[in-house]
Design a protein around this ligand. Sequence first.
Ligand code: 2BA
Length: 111
Amino acid sequence: MKLLVIIVQDADASRLRDAFSHNRVPFTKLASTGGFLRRGLCTFVSGIADDRVDPVKRIIEQNSKKRPVPPTPAGADMVGVTNTFLDQSAAKVEVGRATVFSLNVEEFIKL
Ligand code: 2BA
């Protein structure tokens, strides 16, 4: 069994939630915030059999998009961001369709 931690943009969260439900992929959906851009993101955690990992990755690919996103004013106090980056108010950062971590599950318990 694997535990997938799937981070997507808020704009893709509803579509992905519906696709998971339609395909009977169990999940927990968590509101979250990206550390760099400090924008709203959505994190899904899903415990699934090993042989479902590839089909679930395809569902994620089909229901998420890469987008260029402008840095937010909230990011202006970010540690480690260069002045050059902040001076380019028109500069955009490309946020990927999804960031996915796949972890081996040692034990799955329901009490
Ligand atoms: P954020 O941390 O808000 O990052 C948003 C996007 O900003 C990233 O998109 C990347 O294109 C850019 N970015 C992040 N850190 C940067 C840096 N130090 N310098 C320049 N550009 C930077 P993605 O890579 O697609 O990541 C989307 C979101 O996935 C991230 O939002 C973060 O919440 C999560 N994420 C990505 N990698 C992660 C990791 N290794 N561990 C935990 N969460 C991660």
